[in-house]
Design a protein around this ligand. Structure first.
Ligand code: CP3
Length: 352
């Protein structure tokens, strides 16, 4: 038996139902800005060992919930688990971010990519989801997630982070059919991965399209949005008698919020480069909006954090459908107490 949900503000806001206040969580809420996270990561040895240990992944997932009383938990994992399970050899080099030892460069590489069975090489993720659900005991909903096919493909082809996207864009312009084949395989992998997360207990899903914003409008539609559409169409949208809301987030995608809403998703993540009032006008209240305080605002004083929180809430304005969040992940050098100030300000200033 799973415990009844005690705080469902997050799910109700994504359904655009009235809530007594605006729910709040933050991207990368379990991470290096928290001293208790660094202690558990050290215990695990490194980041991937932490992700692949369900008990420790559960422990760090709950750390920010315990400390800040947030309204949603997000699975502690990474978007690069899928390419890792495809056999690309993920590793993290100190201070350099993720790297793949076998990046995807040729037609043979694409053809050899498997669609991973989530109950096999990705079993550890599903075990983390079910462990977290059990330990949350109905306190708040659990968000499952994956990367978008375009964003995963950028890491898979570049072999790590990049500033100019030369290899992936090289493939896009020189052999678009090959890139489409890779994106389709990746989309099918994401669908089975996310549906397995729902089966294991995820109550909402988010798709991170961190790099969609580097594309031209025509290429965004063809190489990023089209595959997020395929995913939205393939997802389990109801479980345990309740809707499983789906949120799409394209960083730097403010100009495309209207066509993103057309996919039939429930919510859109919004970064800080567009006002929520404009985002709302573009989407015509068809979807919920999640965002969008500039993560750097947490470097400011408590008074300035409060006034910036108020500005975000005022920009969204009246009516349901807002989930407060940062516009991207929290930075590692932020003072955790400042996140506490932000959360308190949202609770107090959004009270209806
Ligand atoms: O939000 C959460 O708390 C859940 C956990 C989560 C992580 N990564 C943990 C993590 C989520 C949702 C992600 C998503 C992710 N991972 C994205 C999309 C979102 C975004 O930030 O745009 C991307 C692009 C990645 C790929 C990735 N993983 C990078 C580029 C890095 C290095 C980042 C850095 O600053 O060094 C990671 C590692 C990573 N993923 C860390 C965490 C907490 C830091 C690892 C550590 O502890 O050293």
């Amino acid at each position: 038996m799973t415990a009844a949900l005690q705080n469902d503000l997050y799910l109700r806001a994504l359904n655009r139902e009235e809530t007594e206040r605006t729910p709040v969580w933050v991207m990368r809420q379990a991470g290096r800005y928290l001293p208790e996270y660094l202690r558990v990561r050290q215990q695990a040895g490194d980041f991937m060992s932490l992700c692949s240990n369900p008990e420790l992944a559960c422990e760090v997932t709950l750390q920010p919930i315990d400390r800040f009383n947030l309204d949603a938990a997000i699975l502690f994992s990474d978007i690069l688990t899928i390419p890792d399970a495809m056999g690309l050899g993920l590793h993290f080099e100190a201070g350099e971010g993720p790297k793949f030892s076998s990046p995807v460069r040729s037609r043979a590489d694409v053809e050899n990519l498997p669609v991973p069975d989530p109950s096999d090489k990705l079993r550890y993720v599903m075990d983390a989801v079910s462990t977290i659900r059990r330990e949350l005991d109905g306190r708040v909903p659990l968000i499952g997630f994956s990367g978008s096919p375009w964003t995963l493909a950028t890491y898979m082809v570049e072999g790590g982070g990049t500033k100019d996207f030369s290899k992936i864009k090289g493939m896009l312009f020189s052999d678009p059919a090959l890139l489409h084949e890779m994106l389709d395989k990746t989309a099918r992998s994401v669908i089975s991965y996310l549906n397995a997360q729902v089966e294991a207990g995820a109550q909402s899903l988010m798709i991170f399209d961190t790099w969609g914003g580097v594309l031209s409008p025509a290429n965004y539609r063809e190489f990023s949005l089209r595959y997020m559409q395929q995913i939205v169409d393939g997802l389990t949208r109801e479980a345990e008698g309740r809707k499983v809301p789906v949120v799409l987030f394209t960083k730097n995608g403010g100009q495309w919020l209207d066509i993103m809403a057309d996919t039939g998703c429930d919510g859109l993540g919004v970064d800080w480069t567009i006002d929520l009032a404009d985002a709302r006008r573009k989407t015509g209240d068809r979807v919920a909006l999640q965002g969008n305080l500039d993560p750097s605002a947490l470097y400011g004083s408590p008074e300035s954090i409060r006034s910036n929180v108020k500005r975000v809430l005022d920009s969204y304005g009246a009516g349901p459908g807002h989930v407060f969040n940062l516009g991207h992940g929290i930075h590692q050098h932020v003072n955790p107490d400042h996140l506490g100030v932000m959360v308190e300000a949202v609770r107090e200033l959004s009270q209806r």
